[in-house]
Design a protein around this ligand. Structure first.
Ligand code: AHR
Length: 528
C-alpha cells in the first residue's frame, strides 16, 4: 500500500512536470493579415525546377529508355511523370548548369543508335549515350505539363550553333532544320518559354570577365531568336542573362548598366542569380542524414542569407531599372550537402530531410516577399541530385519532404501576395539565434486566402492566432508537414516518414486559431 502510494505520488509529479514542460514548450504568435491590401503576383515560375545532365538526374531519374522493364512512355518513367504532374511544375531548366556550356545539341537528336557517345566532362567524365536529347526533353516537358527553359552554350559553342538549335526547336516554316525535327517525330514547332544565355560565365561557363561576357550576351541576344509564330507578344520567349553568384554587386552593376543603354538590336528580360545553402562553406560538408538541431540551426541561418543577397542585387537593379522590367531569376538555389557516403562525389547525391523542407519554405517565402522583382526561380535539382523532389533506385521511387513542400505551395502559384505582419520573436540553439516563425499569405484567382506558417523552432509548439482585415472567413482547413526529428527522411523502405497531414484550425469571430508543431510547415486556406 505504502509502495503503491509512493508510486502514485511519483507518477503524479512526473505528470505535473510533463504538463508544465509542455506549457513552457509553447509559444504564440499573432498574425495580422492585410487581406484588403494586395501586393505583387507570386509568379508561378518561382516554383520552377532544374534538371541538369548530372549523375542520375536525367539518366535513371527521368530516362530509362523505351525497352526498360521500368514502366515508361517513350523512355520516360511514368511514376516520375505522374508525381511531377501534381506539382504543376511551371518550367524546367535544362541541360545545365555547368554542363550547358559543353553541350552540343546535334549529338542528341535523331535515331538513338546513331547518336555518338560523349564524355560528360562537367560531371565525373562519365559516358553519355546522348539518348536523352532535345526531343526527349520536350517530350518530358509535355508529359509533365511544363514549359522549357533551355540554356544556350556560350562557353564552348557558337552563336550559330545556338541559333540553329533554336531554329530546330521553334521554326514552323519548312526550313531544313524544321524538316529535320519533323523527321525526328515532331512536325509541330516546340514552344520554348525561356532561354538562358550562358551559365555562371564568371566561373565554369568560361571564367569570363564581365566585359567579355557582355560582348557575347549582345551577340547571342541579337542572333539567337525564337521562330515559333505562336510566341509573340506576351507569349514571347524570355532571354535570361548570367547574373551574380556572390553577394558582391560588381557583375550585376556592369550587366544592368549595359542593359540600360541597350538599343533595338539586343535585350534581355531576366538576370540570373545563383545562391546555395552551404552552411560550412565550400566544399559542402553538412551531412544530409544523421545530424542534430545544431546543424539544423546553422542551415536555416545560412538559408536566410538569401534575403540580404536579393536585397543587395535589387538595389543595383533598381538604380538602372526602377520600373522592374528585368526580372531577377534565381535559377539555382537549394541546400547543397556533403555527398552521401559511398556515392560518386561528382553525382551530388544527398538525402532530403525535414530540414530541407523547412529551409525550402523559408526561401519560397523570401521569393514571395520579393515577387515584384523575383519572378522566376529553379530549385537545384529535380531528381536524384542536390535538394531533389524525387529519389529513384532502379524501379523504386520515393518522394522527398521537399516534394511535399512544393505540393503544399501549389495554391501560391500565380496568387496575389497579401501582406502579413507579425512579431517573429527569436530562439537560440547552440549559439545560433533564429526567428521563431515565418509566414506569408496570398489570395488565389478565385479570391480564396491562403496562409503559410513555418515554425522554425525544433522544440516548441506554436499557438497561432490570425486576424484578417477585409475578409470574413467561416472555416479553415489545411495541412502540416513535420516529423519526429529534424533529420527525418523518407526512404524506399519507409516512404511516409515525412508527409503532410491534415491540421485542425478554427475560425471564431473572424479569428483563425491553430497550433502548429515544432519544426513544421503549415498551409491553411480560409473558407468563406
Ligand atoms: O547545380 C550544380 C551546379 O552548381 C551547376 O551545374 C552550376 O551552375 C552550379 O555551380
Amino acid at each position: 500500500m505504502k509502495r503503491g502510494g509512493l508510486r502514485l505520488t511519483l507518477s503524479t509529479s512526473v505528470l505535473l512536470l510533463l504538463v508544465s514542460a509542455q506549457l513552457l514548450a509553447k509559444e504564440s504568435v499573432h498574425l495580422t493579415i492585410g487581406a484588403s491590401k494586395t501586393g505583387a503576383r507570386i509568379n508561378r515560375n518561382l516554383f520552377g525546377q532544374f534538371a541538369e545532365n548530372l549523375g542520375h538526374g536525367l539518366y535513371e531519374g527521368i530516362w530509362v529508355g523505351p525497352d526498360s522493364p521500368i514502366p515508361n512512355t517513350r523512355g520516360i518513367r511514368t511514376d516520375v511523370v505522374s508525381a511531377l504532374r501534381e506539382l504543376k511544375v511551371p518550367n524546367v531548366r535544362w541541360p545545365g548548369g555547368c554542363f550547358a556550356d559543353q553541350y552540343h545539341w546535334r549529338k542528341g537528336i535523331g535515331p538513338a543508335a546513331q547518336r555518338p557517345a560523349t564524355l560528360n566532362s562537367a560531371w565525373g567524365g562519365v559516358v553519355d549515350s546522348n539518348a536523352f536529347g532535345t526531343d526527349e526533353f520536350m517530350d518530358f516537358i509535355h508529359q509533365i505539363g511544363s514549359e522549357a527553359y533551355v540554356s544556350a552554350n556560350v562557353g564552348s559553342g557558337t552563336p550559330q550553333e545556338a541559333a540553329e538549335w533554336m531554329e530546330y526547336m521553334t521554326a514552323a516554316a519548312p526550313t531544313a532544320l524544321a524538316k529535320e525535327r519533323a523527321a525526328n517525330g515532331h512536325p509541330e514547332a516546340y514552344k520554348v518559354g525561356f532561354m538562358g544565355i550562358g551559365n555562371e560565365s564568371w566561373s565554369c561557363g568560361g571564367d569570363m570577365t564581365v566585359d567579355y561576357y557582355l560582348s557575347q550576351l549582345k551577340i547571342y541576344s541579337r542572333f539567337v531568336s525564337n521562330d515559333n509564330p505562336a510566341q509573340t507578344g506576351s507569349n514571347q520567349m524570355l532571354k535570361i542573362a548570367v547574373g551574380p553568384g556572390v553577394p558582391e554587386t560588381d557583375w550585376t552593376d556592369a550587366v544592368m548598366k549595359a542593359w540600360k543603354s541597350h538599343d533595338w538590336s539586343w535585350n534581355f528580360d531576366g538576370l540570373s542569380l545563383h545562391w546555395y545553402t552551404v552552411p560550412n562553406g565550400w566544399p559542402p560538408s553538412t551531412p544530409s542524414t544523421g545530424f542534430g538541431v545544431a546543424d539544423y540551426g546553422k542551415s536555416l541561418k545560412s538559408t536566410l542569407f538569401m534575403e540580404e543577397f536579393l536585397r543587395k542585387q535589387e538595389t543595383v537593379m533598381d538604380k538602372y531599372d526602377p520600373e522592374k522590367k528585368v526580372a531577377l531569376v534565381v535559377d539555382e538555389w537549394g541546400a547543397w550537402h556533403a555527398p552521401l557516403p559511398g556515392t560518386n562525389k561528382d553525382f551530388l547525391v544527398q538525402q532530403n530531410s525535414l530540414r530541407d523542407a523547412i529551409l525550402g519554405s523559408l526561401n519560397l517565402n523570401i521569393f514571395a516577399r520579393h515577387a515584384d522583382r523575383v519572378r522566376m526561380a529553379n530549385i537545384a535539382q529535380m531528381i536524384n541530385v542536390l535538394q531533389a523532389m524525387i529519389l529513384t533506385d532502379k524501379e523504386k521511387m520515393v518522394l522527398t519532404p521537399t516534394y511535399y513542400l512544393f505540393r503544399m505551395y501549389v495554391p501560391f502559384q500565380d496568387a496575389t501576395f497579401v501582406p502579413v505582419s507579425f512579431d517573429a520573436g527569436t530562439y537560440t540553439q547552440d549559439g545560433v539565434t533564429l526567428p521563431r516563425v515565418d509566414a506569408i499569405a496570398a489570395r488565389d484567382g478565385s479570391g480564396k486566402l491562403w496562409i503559410e506558417i513555418t515554425n522554425l523552432d525544433p522544440e516548441k509548439t506554436l499557438d497561432v492566432e490570425a486576424e484578417s482585415t477585409g475578409i470574413l472567413a467561416k472555416s479553415a482547413k489545411g495541412e502540416t508537414l513535420t516529423a519526429p526529428a529534424v533529420d527525418s527522411v523518407n526512404t524506399f523502405a519507409a516512404p511516409s516518414a515525412v508527409v503532410p497531414k491534415a491540421v485542425s484550425a478554427t475560425v471564431k469571430d473572424g479569428k483563425l486559431e491553430l497550433t502548429v508543431a515544432p519544426k513544421s510547415v503549415t498551409v491553411i486556406s480560409l473558407e468563406q
